[in-house]
Design a binder for this molecule. Sequence first.
Ligand code: ZN
Length: 199
Amino acid sequence: MNLTLATSADPDLRTIDRPAARRACADLLRALGADPDAPGLTDTPRRMAEAYAEMLTPLPFEPTTFPNADGYDELVVAGSIPFHSLCEHHLLPFHGVAHVGYLPGNRIIGLSKLGRVVELFARDLQVQERLTQQIADWLDEHLAPRGVGVVLEAEHLCMSLRGVQKIGARTVTSALHGLVREDSRTRQEFLDLATRRIG
Ligand code: ZN
């Protein structure tokens, strides 16, 4: 497919065996005391398998970067990028927004691509901390920027639906690299831009 994606910061290619997933989903329904042949459930194993397959398959994209010809040296931040992922402990969704920014070095990338990078790693069995780090590492590797900041705010259904937390409670994780971590003014500017509420 896209050979430029094959770097150490990129996810492993996943193989999804849909027939096996459908059989397993039917088995799970049975194990949960449901009859997969009951009216209303006959197509459920297929739907479940397709839903998981979709949530675990990132859309390929061309991570085109450009020379920073104008020498832009201010923070570039894409805030409140919606994302969803699957918690690897429960296979239940967690979803929220990502704030992604970098301080350009010699390369820049289109703003819309920052959302695609989030999705590249979100469509996987994940924990929020690793997802946050992987997005930051990808930007480090592909842009060699002077700094990177990633903040994720997400609601985990495995927590909010199971009584540990209230519905709507959000978990916040961050990965700050380079000058976004080391320079207090840059760090504060990133966090202000990233967490600025819209509306
Ligand atoms: Zn979980």
